[in-house]
Design a protein around this ligand. Structure first.
Ligand code: NAI
Ligand code: MG
Length: 332
């Protein structure tokens, strides 16, 4: 099996962490066909667009894509966010954010929570206006049956695939009676198809509180766009934070995996960029490709480095990006 992988290094430390991930993937017993495409501010300076059509086309044709990070430039009139545009253009409707405890003082124990966030609608519909007098602004919160069905199915399918027993559907249907009323109603319907998994409901404010109080109670959370954005950043701080947090953006025709962090411009060239978040993104990509055994091997190798304090300074260690990469490859 020869997997076609589209690498999207981007800006800042993006190229450093993507190069590191390419090295660890190459060390696995899998045949890869890597190609690199441009995205971000550097690409805009080169070609005039932060997300050229050739990049979108390459992601569609690949088996999966691995994306580093981009830098948001100061106000440039015709600039757009290539990350938001990529998710919309490729209809990457599911944002997956796993949160697993690591053996590190900054991590709480016994957490293994997957947050499944709707990635295309909700309060991030992009439908906004401000009244002519400038005194009133409105954003439309769009929830559709189709959008809700596919994200809730995704959450239950992932739960089943990963041998989990429960899914929390998080909403605010008591106040957002129409939009979250629909999301909740669809969830109750979809849950009927999964008699092996229990569905729990929780209001989003309660969930924010319960996450802090007892995060280990959750297995899978599925929720709408804005709520998922906030809860997933909250959750990642219990299990190591930005240096280790990874995500996947999944659609019917494309899948893009990435570290959660940004381009960290001050770290460029210092060797201090932690490659672990991108390694965990690569683990998600391997799982997505069905390479479960390699995914497990890579995850174990990375976890073992963390447990041995073979880490970059952000996690308390004294290794460089390439030294951590070598350690991980040795453990594979
Ligand atoms: P950031 O995530 O780049 O950095 C936040 C803090 O975490 C900094 O102190 C940084 O040094 C540290 N950090 C980040 N990644 C790290 C790593 N791998 N290893 C060690 N330390 C790490 O967020 P910030 O500073 O707010 O934004 C910098 C640029 O990145 C901005 O232009 C922003 O717009 C962009 N950004 C891009 C994202 C993406 O491409 N998905 C996401 C977030 C921000
Ligand atoms: Mg990123």
């Amino acid at each position: 099996m020869n997997y076609r992988i589209c690498l999207l290094p981007g800006d800042g430390i993006g190229p450093e962490v993507i190069a590191a991930a390419k090295d660890v993937l190459t060390a696995l017993p899998i045949e890869w066909d890597f190609t690199e495409y441009g995205i971000g501010f550097g690409e805009y300076q080169r070609s005039g667009s932060p997300l050229p059509d050739s990049t979108l086309q390459a992601i569609r044709q690949a088996d999966a894509a691995l994306f580093g990070a981009v830098t948001t430039p100061p106000n440039i009139p015709n600039y757009f966010s290539p990350v938001v545009r990529m998710r919309q253009s490729l209809d990457l409707y599911a944002n997956l954010r796993p949160n697993r405890s690591i053996q590190h003082p900054s991590s709480r124990p016994s957490i293994d929570l997957l947050i499944v966030r709707e990635n295309t609608e909700g309060l991030y519909s992009g439908i906004e206006h401000t009244d002519e007098d400038g005194n009133r602004a409105v954003t439309e919160r769009v929830i559709t049956r189709k959008g809700s069905e596919r994200i809730i199915h995704k959450a239950f399918d992932m739960a089943r695939q990963q041998g989990r027993k429960s899914v929390h559907v998080v909403h605010k249907a008591n106040v957002l009676r129409q939009t979250d009323g629909l999301f909740r109603a669809v969830a109750l319907e979809v849950a009927q198809d999964y008699s092996d998994i229990s569905m729990n409901e929780m209001l989003v404010d309660t969930c924010a509180m319960e996450l802090v109080r007892a995060p280990e109670q959750f297995e899978v959370i599925v929720t709408t766009n804005l709520f998922g954005d906030i809860l997933s950043d909250e959750a990642c701080m219990f299990v190591g934070g930005l240096g280790v947090a990874a995500s996947g953006n999944i659609g019917a025709d494309a899948a893009v995996f990435e570290p959660v962090h940004g381009s960290a411009p001050t770290l460029v060239g210092t060797g201090k960029a932690n490659p672990v978040a991108t390694f965990f993104a690569a683990v998600m990509m391997l799982d997505h490709l069905g390479e479960t055994e390699s995914a497990g091997r890579l995850r174990k190798a990375v976890e073992s480095c963390i447990a041995n304090n073979e880490t970059t300074p952000d996690l308390g260690g004294s290794l460089t990006t390439s030294e951590v990469t070598k350690k991980v490859i040795q453990k594979l």
